[in-house]
Design a protein around this ligand. Structure first.
Ligand SMILES: Cc1ncc(COP(=O)(O)O)c(C=O)c1O
Length: 403
C-alpha cells in the first residue's frame, strides 16, 4: 500500500473529526481510510526519551531492535529511518550493484523498485498472482536471465507471499531472496511470523502501517556478519557507533570503513515503537475482526471480490482491498467517486510502478494480473476504532453502486 495513500486526516483524533463535523449540519461524518492507533502511552514514552537527553539513536533503539527481532523470530534487528532505506541497505549488504538484475513486483509501492535503482541495478518486473497480489515462483521464473542476482518479494497489503517456493527457486539458482515486509508485521506464513523466508527482510513503520513510529523501518536477518555491516552502513560507515563512543571513558578515534549513509532511527521513534510493539497482537486481532465483518457484509455482492487469507498463511489486513469482478457494473474510479461523495476516504488499489512516469520506457514482460489488480481494485477504510455503523455506511455505498 502506497505511502501516498495515507489518509490526510492522520493526526486528527476521531474526536476532533466528529467535533468538526458536528458544526456542519447535514455533512456526513467523514470516514478516513486509516487512523494510526497511538495514545497517551506512546506520548509518554516519547516525552521520556526527550527528557532523558538522548534523542538520537541510542539505548531505546537498541531495545526496540532486540524486541522487534525477537517478535519476528530473527537473530538480529537493525533499525533504520524507513523501509525504503532498509531495502537499500539490504541490497548493498547482499552485494547487488551495477549490471545486476533484481526481480520485483511492479504491483507495489514504488519504493520497492526504486531501491534496486539506488544500487545501480535494474529492477525486472514480474507479474503477480491475482488472488494474493504477490510474486510466485512461476511468475519469477518467467523473467529470470543470466544477470538475475536477487528477488525482492513483497507481502502486499499484508498478504503473505509463498516464500518457501520462492526460497527453493532462489537457493537452487544461487539468488538472494529479500523480503519487502513493509506491510506485513503480524502476518503469518505457515504458522510463523512472516519475515523468515528470505536471508533479509525490511519493515516499515510509516503511519499507514499497523505499527508506527511516525517514519521508521527495520531490517531483520540471522546473519551476524551482515548485521554488523548493516549497522555500520546506516551510520556513515563508522567503525565505532555513536552510542559506543559516548559510553567510552577515553578518547575514541573512529574510522570510516566504507561509504555509508545516515539512515538512523531516533530514540524518540524507538520509544514509540516499543509501546506499539506491545499493542501488536491487539492491533492485528482488531483488523482481522473488522475484515471478517466486511466479508460478511460483502458476501451477497458478487461484483466484488475481497482480499482473504491465502492457503499458506494469514494477513494482518494492513490493506483491505476489493476487486471489481469482470462484468461488474461501473468502474473502480466511479466507485471511488461515489464513496468520496458520501464522505468516505477509500483509495485506488496498489499502484503499478511500470505505469508511472518514473518507469516510462523501462522494458518489461506482459503484466496482465498486475494491470488488472491496479485498475480494478480499491482499498476500503479499516482502522482500529472503526465502528460497525461506519462499516455499514461504506458497504451501503458499494451496494448501491454494484449490488
Ligand atoms: C511494499 C512497500 N515497500 C516499501 C514501502 C516504503 O516504506 P517506507 O515509507 O517506510 O519507506 C512501502 C510503503 O508504503 C510499501 O508499501
Amino acid at each position: 500500500m502506497s505511502s501516498a495513500a495515507q489518509n490526510s486526516s492522520v493526526g486528527s483524533s476521531p474526536a476532533q473529526i466528529s467535533a468538526e463535523q458536528n458544526s456542519a449540519e447535514h455533512v456526513p461524518e467523514r470516514i478516513p481510510v486509516m487512523i494510526p492507533h497511538l495514545g497517551p502511552e506512546e506520548a509518554r514514552a516519547a516525552a521520556e526519551a526527550v527528557l532523558s537527553g538522548w534523542v538520537a539513536q541510542g539505548p531505546r533503539v537498541a531495545e526496540f531492535e532486540r524486541a522487534f527481532a525477537t517478535g519476528v523470530g530473527a537473530g538480529h534487528g537493525v533499525a533504520v529511518s524507513s523501509c525504503t532505506t532498509g531495502l537499500h541497505l539490504a541490497l548493498v549488504a547482499c552485494g547487488i550493484g551495477p549490471g545486476d538484475e533484481v526481480v520485483v513486483p511492479s504491483l507495489s509501492f514504488i519504493a520497492t523498485a526504486n531501491a534496486v535503482r539506488y544500487v545501480g541495478a535494474v529492477p525486472v518486473f514480474a507479474d503477480v498472482d491475482e488472488q494474493t497480489g504477490n510474486l510466485t515462483a512461476d511468475t519469477v521464473a518467467a523473467v529470470l536471465t543470466p544477470r538475475t542476482r536477487a528477488v525482492m518479494v513483497v507481502h502486499q497489503g499484508g498478504v503473505p507471499a509463498e516464500v518457501a517456493e520462492l526460497r527453493a527457486l532462489c537457493s537452487a539458482l544461487g539468488l538472494e531472496l529479500i523480503e519487502d515486509a513493509a506491510c506485513a508485521i503480524g502476518s503469518t506464513f505457515r504458522g510463523a511470523p512472516v519475515g523468515r523466508g528470505a536471508s533479509v527482510a525490511a519493515w516499515s513503520f510509516h503511519p499507514r502501517k499497523l505499527l508506527t513510529t511516525g517514519e521508521g523501518g527495520m531490517v531483520t536477518l540471522d546473519d551476524a556478519d551482515r548485521a554488523v555491516r548493516l549497522r555500520r552502513l546506516r551510520e556513515h560507515g563508522m567503525s565505532v557507533s555513536a552510542a559506543d563512543r559516548h559510553a567510552s571513558s577515553g578518547p575514541v578515534y573512529e574510522s570510516y570503513l566504507e561509504t555509508g549513509f545516515n539512515y538512523r532511527m531516533t530514540d524518540i521513534q524507538a520509544a514509540v515503537g516499543l509501546v506499539q510493539l506491545g499493542r501488536l497482537e491487539a492491533l492485528v486481532a482488531r483488523r482481522r475482526e473488522l475484515a471478517a465483518r466486511y466479508h460478511e457484509l460483502l458476501a451477497d455482492l458478487p461484483a466484488l471480490r475481497a482480499v482473504r487469507d491465502p492457503a499458506h498463511g494469514t494477513t494482518n489486513y494492513q490493506s483491505f482491498w476489493v476487486l471489481l469482478e469482470p462484468g461488474a457494473p461501473g468502474r473502480r474510479d466511479d466507485l471511488l467517486a461515489r464513496l468520496a461523495d458520501a464522505g468516505i476516504s477509500a483509495r485506488r488499489g496498489i499502484m503499478a510502478a511500470h505505469l508511472e512516469p518514473a518507469y516510462a520506457g523501462h522494458p518489461h514482460a506482459p503484466l496482465p494480473a498486475t494491470e488488472r489488480l491496479t485498475r480494478d481494485s480499491l482499498i476500503l477504510p479499516l482502522f482500529h476504532t472503526m465502528t460497525s455503523a461506519q462499516q455499514d455506511r461504506v458497504v451501503a455505498v458499494l451496494r448501491k453502486a454494484v449490488g
